[in-house]
Design a protein around this ligand. Structure first.
Ligand code: SAH
Ligand code: SF4
Ligand code: F3S
Length: 438
């Protein structure tokens, strides 16, 4: 049997797409290989959000090239956002790549690879005009009780730093009926936690006569779904009905990943985020008032063109003011073809590096304080498996999306109560309460 290996970079949407790529390859009769070395078909599902994933891909492809030099029958396929961004040059940059495809043309992989993964049509790229939902492809499920569910593709925002609209195209929503049918199938197969995915998940629905709040309520009504998550929402589309749906739907988790990007209203404007710091803070307050115990996490960019020390300090202040439970922090990385890459006032590397250290410090302190407030509480935890650092402990996540390592006896997929005993900036420690002796 010929075997495949898929290497995934980037966001949850790519993790989802990779499960579809695997499903497709398995439908062609290929089996999964444990490593790149053992695979006949090597697929790289790429990201190009910053320079770093581009560099990491180059290293992986160097490896793949060496493998192919040893065995010329090996097929190398490059998909995802980097492939789409470089569609004109990909075969020039990497002549040993056999096929390339963008995020909207995964289905073409099957045609190119042919039956059984043999008979590759070398040097071809899918045309971006015929985009289709990866969610319509067969699925290889990585996890038994958790699932990604794609609700839209593309993004209509124009954030000046971001390459995503260029590589993922305009936003198109999936029909609510299709999404719900998929979730019903997943729930019937034992899935209890679904994560709804879109580049801008809460602008969902305008093109199909629906809305994100309606969708949340409909998913909440599906029998067997205990937890609903979604990522990433845009603050500008976080309207009252969505907040109300979060507050009223029992299965919707008390967590929102709400990217702020910068605490300076001046920088937010040049980023084209369409909200000010004040509006973001007011939104966070409304959400916390409506959803008790809500966890808020965020994305922050430092060193955006024109960012002064004063602007940067406003980001630090906003982290304290909102009290984020966690944040992904990024050094601004100019992306070819975006507006921000051409702006004057690019911030020197050493200043960016100094700022990222300072912001990480504040983010960690604030998150540690927020997590410390959980000590003594009993949290509902969905068990995922053994702890990554100590196999004698179990690992799971709270509804607020914090990882907990705990002692006890439970099986993956189970929902258990865990008493929190300790906290760091990113994880909790706990123990399953011992049942009182009869
Ligand atoms: N669609 C999602 C996520 C986009 S990418 C959203 O809008 O929320 C995830 C994060 O990467 C962004 O929120 C942003 O913080 C960061 N990012 C995007 N482009 C970047 C760039 N050019 N340099 C640095 N960080 C960037
Ligand atoms: Fe990029 Fe902005 Fe769209 Fe998010 S909302 S994907 S940051 S353009
Ligand atoms: Fe990367 Fe594409 Fe996601 S650029 S962050 S994989 S949408």
């Amino acid at each position: 049997m010929r075997r495949y290996h898929v290497t995934t970079f980037g966001c949850q949407m790519n993790a989802h797409d990779s499960e579809r790529i695997k499903g497709l390859l398995e439908e062609l009769g290929l089996g999964e290989a444990a490593t790149e070395e053992e695979a006949d078909v090597l697929v790289f599902n790429t990201c190009t959000i910053r320079e770093k994933p581009d560099t990491r891909l180059a290293a992986h492809l160097g490896n793949a090239r060496a493998l192919k030099e040893r065995d010329g029958e090996r097929v190398i396929a490059v998909g995802g956002c980097y492939a789409e961004a470089q569609r004109e040059r990909i075969f020039e940059l990497y002549p040993f790549v056999d096929v390339a495809f963008g995020p909207g043309s995964i289905s073409h992989l099957a045609d190119w690879l042919g039956a059984g993964g043999i008979g590759v049509d070398r040097g071809r790229f899918g045309t971006g005009e015929e985009r289709s939902f990866a969610a319509e492809l067969p699925l290889h499920r990585e996890r038994r009780f958790q699932a990604w569910v794609q609700i839209s593709m593309g993004c209509n925002s124009v954030c000046s730093y971001c390459i995503v609209p260029k590589v993922r195209g305009r936003e198109v929503s999936r029909r609510p009926g299709e999404i719900l049918a998929e979730i019903e199938r997943l729930a019937a197969a034992g899935v209890t936690e679904v994560t709804l995915l879109g580049q801008n998940v809460n602008s969902y629905g305008r093109d199909v006569g629906s809305g994100f709040a309606e969708l949340l309520r409909a998913v909440d009504a599906v029998e067997g779904v205990e937890r609903i998550r979604f990522t990433s929402p845009h603050p500008k589309d976080f309207r009252e009905p969505v907040i109300q749906a979060m507050a009223e739907c029992a299965a919707v988790c008390e967590h929102a990943h709400l990217p702020l990007q910068s605490g300076s209203s001046r920088i937010l404007k040049t980023m084209r985020r369409t909200y000010s710091r004040e509006r973001f803070v007011a939104l966070a307050e409304r959400m916390r008032a409506a959803v008790p115990d809500l966890a808020l996490t965020t994305d922050l960019i430092v060193g955006f063109p024109g960012e002064t020390e004063e602007d940067f300090r406003e980001t630090l202040e906003a982290v304290e003011e909102v009290g984020f439970d966690g944040a992904f922090t990024f050094v601004y990385s100019p992306r070819h073809g975006t507006e921000a890459a051409t702006l004057a006032g690019q911030v020197p590397g050493e200043v960016k590096r100094e700022r990222i250290e300072r912001v990480v410090e504040v983010v960690q302190r604030v998150a540690r304080e927020r997590n410390a407030a959980r000590v003594g509480l009993v949290e509902e935890v969905l068990v995922e498996g053994p702890s990554r650092t100590d196999p004698s402990l179990l690992r799971g996540r709270t509804r607020r999306n914090t990882t907990v390592n705990f002692s006890g006896s439970a099986v993956p997929g189970e929902l258990v109560g865990v008493r929190i005993t300790d906290a760091t900036s990113t994880t909790l420690r706990g123990e399953q309460p011992v049942a009182a002796a009869a």
